[in-house]
Design a protein around this ligand. Sequence first.
Ligand code: S5P
Length: 266
Amino acid sequence: QRTEMGYFEQRICLQQNKMARTVLETVQRKQSILCVSADFTTKDKLLKLVDAVGPHVCMIKTHVDIISDFDHDLVTQLATLSAKHDFVIFEDRKFADIGNTVSLQYSSGVHRIADWSHITNAHALPGDGIVNGLKKVGLDKGRGLLLLAEMSSAGSLAVGSYTQASVDMARRHKDFVIGFIAQRKLGDSDDDFLILTPGVGLDVKGDGMGQQYRTPQEVVDAGTDVTIVGRGITGSEATADFDKAASEALRYKQAGWEAFASRHKL
Ligand code: S5P
């Protein structure tokens, strides 16, 4: 019978990238596979939301380009909350350009994502150059990258041979690529890529704009490691209720962990 330590130790051993190990260690420490997608558009509400859900998550996902009053104090405060609540920061930038351009987008501009985001993600579409461009900036800073191998939205083109080519690309860059945004387990047990799954909700099936939701149990059964939940926890920003967000986060944390612990016999 495998113990809880055994399961995580085994997986941590297989990871070449330090940030991949940090994600697994955080999941184990907090007994949470929950990443909250904090898609609020003002600094004050975003930080309040993150402080409210922080105790229940292994990771917080941001879209900094939607924040109307973005400044570097925001990322300083985010880093403080990350240390206070023990979570990994994931800027969901979805890079999609040639290597030279993405290295500039990652390191420079208003957001300087590489300076503060522990992990980020990219489409495999442009080919290996996108990974090389991001790696040039992020590897020395100890960052990790996820490739979007599948998407949760209806009619996604990232299927079949595109998804398979994304897995092959990740295998060529195991020092930097830690896993995938995907709807199910990808790769084999030797790879041990992290699988992060968006499109997770307990109460509704869609959002009327193509998003498709499955339950934490369903995505864990499909082999995910981290459930990404946005509006199911945060509700709408206009009627932001931070106590409600905290209690919903706890509900999703428990549902996800129960499914994960049972699947992996923890
Ligand atoms: O395939 C994807 C990939 C991502 S990263 N589908 C997604 O929905 N996402 C992101 O996850 C999306 O940009 C959003 O920030 C979050 C889902 O939010 P929700 O409110 O629908 O849970």
